[in-house]
Design a protein around this ligand. Sequence first.
Ligand SMILES: [Mn+2]
Length: 325
Amino acid sequence: MGEGIPEAAWRRAVELIARADEVALACHVSPDGDALGSMLATAFVLRSLGKRVVASFGDRTFQVPRLLGFLPGQEMLSPPEDYPAAPELMITFDSASASRLGLLGANAAAARELIVVDHHPSCQGFGTLGLIAPRAAATAMIAEQLIYRLGGALDRDIATCLYAGLVTDTGSFRHSSTSPAAHEMAARLVATGLRTDEIARELWDRSPFGYLKVLAAALDRVTLEDGLVWTYVTRVDRAAYGLPYSELEGVIDIVRRADEAEVAVVCKEDDEGAWQVSTRSKGAVDVGAVCTAMGGGGHHNAAGFTSHDGVEETMARFRELLRKV
Ligand SMILES: [Mn+2]
């Protein structure tokens, strides 16, 4: 098992980590379960190997999304301001490009060695070494293999972090990425005694009340046009209920239900006023290609990008590109 990553790359990664005193870990901005879970699992193991570990993500407002608040190991996180300016060894998780590292992009550019652990087909392979497996269902699958190769073992905390990554990216083993290897990994993780029921509730089955009201506003203006279903959520919608941006992750999963649509889009205005656009496809359309053309990235059936234009302008460009793929 090596997720299709060349043995030489694995060996080089283990070697770089073995000779580093301090390892600086980072994952993509607005981390999801796969990004944060993969990073924290690796942090646990590096710490047990006696390494000094720095772990962070480059959001201007440094805050773990509420739904990931149950992940163990958060005491190992520190804000990007405290991150080494030019790390001796840096490892990034689930970030397809340096731009997805946000504030930590500059640190990555200055790192002496930079290992990129990722599974996005659009991953540009930045850094000095890639552990990149486009067929892996989650970055957590690569992180698990890295842990074994470092001589680490799973305990319940590490397994909980990896499981969060695996179930997030496979949509609870529903997405097309759900391979036999994904289920085999789940078996190893569940065997540590983690609570699958509690993790599922934390990730999917709870929200502040305000979420229901914001969701109602988003659904009230949902539009169906020619195989495309889309809506948007503004800062003003959220402000009325004090709802953080990070609570909006699940809106796309409701919008994409529409049988009449092949592609679903949710434009979410973040706290800085930029539009974070989530897209989903049922398979016929490569939204990853469209989002890459819009300056973002992702997978064939799930991708996103950031727009600094208005919603109408953003959607006009998106529609135009959609017609071309
Ligand atoms: Mn991922």
